[in-house]
Design a protein around this ligand. Structure first.
Ligand code: FES
Length: 134
């Protein structure tokens, strides 16, 4: 009986802690052997694609900006199985009905070499000229 009470207290504490620290707690993706230029790694459990392209790390959502379907990585593109939306590895729309680029999250690499991102910290859309389509 007391174990059940402890579980409730623990859950309440964790829920409260997480609510108070939303956006402040990174998700650690792990220590990866190769993050060199051109690296693309899919983390389906987090709905995330990591990309090291053009000298910067990007943490892109795999949620299509049209109606929210989960994108699939295909070569160096992200394809939407629902209505044919296509995004590049910078999150820009290449084709299909999506109007907005993909959501990007804040993230980085710890000095110990562990990749992380903040699921509640969205970065502003890059200014890529007059529109997101190429
Ligand atoms: S949900 Fe992706 S193109 Fe419609």
């Amino acid at each position: 009986m007391s174990g059940g009470v402890a579980g409730v207290v623990s859950f309440t504490f964790c829920k409260s802690f997480l609510e108070e620290n939303t956006g402040k707690i990174p998700v650690f993706l792990g220590s990866l052997p190769d993050l060199s230029q051109g690296t693309v790694i899919n983390f389906p459990e987090f709905g995330l694609i990591f990309v090291n392209e053009k000298g910067r790390f990007s943490f892109l959502s795999t949620k299509c900006t049209h109606l929210g379907c989960t994108l699939r990585l295909s070569g160096r593109r992200l394809m939407c199985p629902c209505h044919g939306g296509i995004f590049d590895l910078e999150g820009d729309v290449l084709d299909g009905p999506p109007e907005k680029p993909l959501t990007r999250f804040e993230g980085g690499l710890t000095k110990e070499g562990i990749l992380y991102f903040y699921p509640d910290r969205k970065l502003p859309v890059w200014n890529r000229g007059s529109g997101s389509r190429k």
